[in-house]
Design a protein around this ligand. Structure first.
Ligand code: DGJ
Length: 734
């Protein structure tokens, strides 16, 4: 190489370095977020989408953008939009400084990227206010293979006196395109996870929750955003978003004057201004999202894989099948009834018996939901020989023992309320309002945190061999007032944030001491399902509604965000008219359990359940640890179909259910296209979970290539006589 070309290459090299200093590129295995500094040191979003083959390609993207309008200073695509200076959009950050000046400016200072190992990297960007020195760190954690991004921020007060945070988002994203469709969720007790899809029009669409202890009940903290028309299973640009936070949240979707979309996600700032003392750091909740240009199914596979590998407690581990007594007995039980249930658990081969609500309280016996919550001593009338005796009886039968608690809450009719009124979230000078006759304990108070931890800990100290816990939380926060914050001269507006932080501190301690105990996250049905809490839990209770038909729809929606291994799914007497087979088959699409009096089943039904449990165990590699494919949508078809495939693509299971029998639609004339198999592998198909002497209508002798099953499909022959069909697909190896 001659001297001129060497010089030229050197110049190019240094130019590259110079340019790349202006650019921040955050990449997963397939997608990229590109940020660029402008002449005022404002950091802008310039790209979100599929990755370029070469980093240089990103350098001039901003040249194609026209955000600067003549004679106007505002900027819609700031990476963390501050307020009070040039901004005219919804801010990500709003601060009242110690001198009462409400403006903040953020200039880019530096960024660093660290490889955290295990396929994870963390980019940290520092932005600083040139006048007040407020320091904002933006964190982007990238899970490369799963194409999942986790974003949050910290805000540091570098003033001499306290400042007030009025808005403090976790993430502020910017998407360019025209037709954005949003799928949001709403619900109520028994009808959780109802989807609604609509076009986003100009202005701001806000999704939020103000329930305090949980949000999933009315408005789950998840959404599906599609950037190019309504999201489809296998095509389109889709982002799944989820705020990992069990309290109040807020998502702002602002379609701006350029027809682009600004997304601001974080804790809800409603009644939640945060006073930050000098040198203190405030950390926001984490916003988790995945992106796919191959439709919703790939996006949910990303999310589910990520969740199992990195988030849900023991996400790649095993689970226990349960027999719960709630639906079978409610509060009305005694030792004899429970021992009978233990026998039934043993009879059909269930791993763990779970004793639900009603086992505690003596002065105020917990015989209904108005009494005793908070008084965690065993009820002498119902269980005179204590828990240890029951545990022994269970273990003697080869059944493990689990127990229900609701340690964050209290009935006004309880000794806990009488003795520790200052631990209760309630207005000191007003009438109390109740949700399910109960109130919430003030977890902003460290003493209460110790108490809640103690409820869990004492159970294990006092009884050996507890193998499972169901952690319930039925109330939302009414009467929002903390005696503890008042006593410590802290603002009441800290309550919502500190409640959740306090809860996580307790759960952290629980997990430190009891890393191996499976714990179900429950909350009056599907009231608390989020990735903030789920890092401490092995599973969650999606809804008290266990009508199998409704559960198919709910499972369909939850599956966008959460893996089957975490979705407790029980056979109950809801919709008793449907057969036990239908109920068991539906419950098998999640984490199978029972909540039913098994001795009321016929011998054939019991035999069926026993065999179905064995079948389920043989499918765990696919259902718990494999990928899920939504084959046929229950909202659009008379037959719903869901498939799981193990990671090696050697084994799979397809569940098909008859949803609607109108106009003879129950005859499935069309084959269903399977997914996720290896086109080159050969498979055989076996129908399992056949009831009693039922003979399959499937030809089990034939073999099929993966290509055949995915291209031409397979007809499970769902009819009014065969309302649910479970097909096990196995690779044939000669
Ligand atoms: C609500 C839960 O969702 C039910 O499964 C049951 O545990 C009750 N609470 C008990 O009060």
């Amino acid at each position: 190489m001659d001297i001129r070309s060497t010089l030229f290459l050197c110049c190019l090299f240094f130019l590259n370095i110079l340019l790349s200093q202006d650019l921040i590129i955050i990449e997963s295995s397939e997608y990229a977020i590109v940020l660029k500094k402008d002449s005022l040191k404002r950091l802008q979003h310039v790209y979100f989408g599929s990755k370029a083959s070469n980093l240089n390609e990103y350098r001039s993207i901003d040249k194609q953008l026209r955000f600067e309008v003549k004679d106007a200073a505002d900027l819609p695509n700031h990476v963390y939009t501050p307020s009070g200076t040039w901004n005219t959009s919804e801010p990500a950050l709003q601060i009242l400084h110690s001198d009462k000046n409400p403006s903040t400016e953020l200039e880019y200072k530096q960024h660093i990227k660290k490889n955290l190992g295990d396929g994870v990297s963390l980019s940290t960007i520092t932005l600083v206010d040139p006048i007040y020195k407020t320091e904002v760190l933006l964190f982007y954690k990238v899970y490369h293979e799963e194409n999942v991004f986790e974003q949050w921020s910290t805000i540091k007060n570098n003033e001499v006196q306290a400042i007030e945070l009025k808005k403090y988002a976790s993430a502020n994203l910017y998407f360019r395109n025209n037709d954005f469709f949003l799928t949001q969720y709403h619900g109520a007790w028994g009808s959780e996870m109802q989807p609604e899809t609509h076009l986003l029009t100009s202005g701001i669409k806000v999704l939020d929750s103000k329930l305090g202890t949980r949000s999933n009940l009315y408005a789950p903290p998840n959404f599906i955003l599609s950037l190019d028309g309504i999201a489809k299973e296998d095509t389109g640009k889709v982002l799944l978003g989820s705020l990992a936070w069990s309290g109040n949240y807020r998502f702002d979707f602002e379609k701006d004057r350029f027809n682009n979309l600004r997304l601001i996600a974080g804790a809800n700032n409603f009644a939640a201004e945060y006073k930050l003392g000098a040198n203190q750091i405030f950390e926001t909740p984490h916003f988790i999202y995945t992106y796919s240009e191959k439709g919703k199914n790939q996006a949910s596979i990303n999310m589910q894989r990520w969740s199992r590998k990195y988030r849900i407690h023991e996400g790649e581990g095993d689970r226990l099948t349960l027999l719960n007594n709630w639906e079978a007995t409610h509060f009305n039980f005694n030792e004899k009834k429970i021992v009978a249930l233990l026998d039934q658990a043993k009879e059909i081969g269930i791993d763990v018996f779970l004793l639900d609500d009603g086992w505690f309280g003596n002065k105020y016996p917990r015989n209904n939901d108005r009494n005793g919550l908070g008084d965690w001593e065993v009820n002498q009338n119902k269980l005179p020989n204590g828990l240890s005796n029951l545990i022994k009886k269970a273990n003697k039968r080869g059944v493990k023992f689990g127990i229900w608690i609701e340690p964050e809450m209290v009935n006004p009719k309880s000794e806990l309320y009488e003795n520790h009124l200052d631990w209760v979230i309630r207005q000191p000078n007003r009438k109390e309002y109740y949700y399910r006759n109960q109130l919430v304990l003030d977890l902003s108070n460290p003493e209460v945190q110790n108490h809640v931890f103690g409820v869990f800990d004492n159970l294990f100290i006092e009884n050996s061999n507890i193998s499972f816990v169901k952690w319930d939380a039925n109330s939302i926060i009414y009467n929002a007032y903390s005696e503890y914050l008042a006593r410590n001269k802290l603002p009441q507006s800290h309550l919502y944030y500190e409640y959740v932080k306090g809860l996580y501190k307790v759960l952290e301690r629980v997990r430190e001491k009891y890393p191996k105990i499976p714990i179900m996250l429950c909350s009056g049905g599907g009231g608390r399902v989020d990735y903030g809490a789920l890092q401490y839990f092995t599973e969650f209770w999606p809804s008290d509604n266990t009508n199998p038909l409704d559960r198919i729809f709910m499972h369909w929606e939850y599956s966008h965000f959460y893996p089957a291994i975490a979705m407790s799914s029980h056979v109950t007497n809801w919709n008793k008219e449907s057969s036990i087979k239908f109920r068991v088959d539906v419950a098998s699409i999640g984490k199978l359990g029972f909540d039913i009096e098994i001795d009321k089943l016929s011998e054939e039904e019991k035999e069926f359940c026993k065999q179905a449990l064995l079948n389920y165990k043989s499918l765990q590699k696919s259902i718990w640890h494999g990928d899920m494919y939504r084959l046929q949508d229950p909202y659009e078809n008379p037959i719903a179909s869901i498939q799981y495939v193990n990671q090696e693509k050697t084994s799979s299971v397809v569940f098909s259910f008859l949803i609607s029998q109108r106009f003879q639609t129950f005859y499935s004339n069309e084959p269903i296209l399977f997914k996720g198999l290896d086109p080159k592998k050969k498979y055989e198909i076996e129908e399992i979970n056949l009831f009693h002497r039922e003979i399959t209508e499937i030809n089990q002798e034939a073999t099929y290539s993966g290509e055949y099953l995915m291209k031409f499909g397979f007809n499970p022959i769902v009819t009014d006589k065969r309302k649910s069909v479970v097909l096990k697909i196995n690779e044939i190896t000669l």
